[in-house]
Design a protein around this ligand. Structure first.
Ligand code: LLP
Length: 420
């Protein structure tokens, strides 16, 4: 699985049938490179494993929100999971059918709710009783019906990094299971509200499927009860979270393993199933390519200084995340040290205290598993322009986002004295 899209040919790294150094020469670095073929393969594998319940797979746009990536999944028949008005705007620009969009998030504003109601999305996943009231108010004003699925917090441990665990009782997400029945009863009395279903999302980067089983077992009684009470209650959205292999020794949570655990439970409930995968569809389909600027000896290790930084890929700094580092020109030689960027922060590293390929100035490196939460979490810190993005399919490569210009950096700024 791990090297499905990358191979060395004559000592040069390829993504599908395209040489990575040719891409770097053509479009410059730092450069995000995505394999469209792998994205398609990933969603088809999940759809195949879950075919018994014919799920609506709503690609989680936050993982990688480039229009071409969204379009790739739309062409595979996916719906979308969004978390902001901005993501709804992107979804619509990419041509998504609103009737296949679900909208999550703990802090939806009135403007965002109205925008989504006007577009006619499938449902909102609702995080609190007060949010249901707000959706009802907005829907009444607009003369439409707001479909909702309360997000229930089942209080299970997803066994993942604490920053990406979302279904434990100390997390801000979802309604306490003990409060959920009352919240539904209360929402059933609200005008212009339809109870469409129930939502859980317990965390991200789960490698063990058991927490899904535990969560489903905890909510199944409530689902059965709601289905009997409300004819409109049709959907069970079980979120995303399937983990990928960031390290060679890791095993991704494969669709078949996931399906083996969730399918019997879902079939017993007989509700329409929605999934919201992000990382598992795009994570290992993306690479961040950078050029080595310097190799600088430290007291007891080497610092390989590249032209990509924490503003391009923040996961190592934020979660101590591990990303494999590949030399674009194959080498068996290794050095020990840190792969760092030019930003003025000690946290600016893409790999720390690692065995790295022995590269030198002018060489290119590829940071693996950067397709999810890579570009979408990037910033302009240190007034760095955000990277370009390229999509590859077979032997074809297309620029899907141009590198920002210096003018882009100051586009929305004005001098104080110029304001009226
Ligand atoms: N659905 C909901 C409601 C979510 O909050 C998320 C992710 C997903 C679906 C998609 O989860 P996935 O299948 O990608 O695990 N920035 C972090 C990950 C944050 C995940 C946030 N929610 C990282 O880089 O690891």
């Amino acid at each position: 699985m791990m090297t499905a899209t990358t191979t060395y040919r004559n000592g040069q790294l390829f993504v599908e049938d395209v040489s990575v150094s040719a891409l770097a020469e053509r479009w410059g670095t730092p450069l995000y490179v995505y394999s469209r073929t792998m994205m398609g393969n990933q969603i088809r594998a999940l759809a195949g494993a879950m075919a018994a319940v014919k799920p609506l797979i709503c690609y989680s746009v936050k993982a990688n929100s480039n229009l071409a990536v969204i379009d790739t999944f739309l062409k595979e028949g996916a719906g979308l999971d969004i978390v902001s008005g901005g993501e709804l705007f992107r979804a619509r620009k990419a041509g998504a059918d609103p009737a296949r969009i679900v909208f999550a998030g703990v802090g939806k504003t009135q403007d965002e709710i109205e925008y989504a109601l006007k577009e006619g999305i499938l449902f909102f996943t609702v995080e609190s009783e007060s949010e249901a009231v707000r959706i009802s108010d907005c829907a009444r004003r607009l003369g439409v019906v707001g479909r909702i699925a309360f997000r229930v917090n089942p209080d299970v441990d997803p066994q993942t990094h604490k920053y990406i665990s979302t279904g434990k009782k100390e997390n801000k997400f979802g309604l306490d299971l003990n409060r959920a029945a009352a919240a539904y009863a209360q929402a059933a009395r609200l005008p212009n509200i339809e109870l469409a279903g129930l939502h859980i999302h317990i965390g991200s980067q789960l490698l063990n499927p058991q927490p899904y089983a535990e969560a489903l077992d905890k909510i199944s009684g409530l689902c059965r009860d709601l289905k009997v009470r409300h004819a409109s209650f049709q959907y069970l959205d079980i979120g995303g979270g399937l983990g990928i292999d960031y390290k060679p020794e890791q095993q991704a949570l494969e669709p078949a393993q996931f399906a083996a655990v969730v399918l019997p439970r879902l079939q017993a409930l007989g509700l329409k199933v929605v999934l919201e995968p992000g990382r598992s569809l795009v994570g290992n389909a993306g690479f961040l390519v950078a050029r080595v600027e310097y190799v600088k000896p430290g007291y007891d290790k080497q610092f390989v200084v590249i032209d990509a930084a924490m503003n391009d890929l923040i996961r190592p700094a934020l979660y101590q995340a591990h990303h494999e580092i590949l030399a674009v020109r194959e080498t068996a030689d290794r050095i020990t040290g840190d792969l760092v960027g030019p930003i003025c922060e000690s946290g600016d590293f893409l790999a720390a205290d690692r065995e790295l390929p022995a590269v030198g100035p002018g060489d290119y490196v590829a940071v693996r598993s950067a397709g999810a939460y890579g570009f979408s979490m990037s910033s302009n810190y240190n007034s760095r322009r955000r990277a370009a993005e390229v999509m590859v399919e077979g032997g074809r490569a297309e620029l899907i986002r141009a590198r920002e210009t210096w003018d882009d950096l100051i586009r929305n700024e004005t001098m104080f004295e110029r304001r009226g």
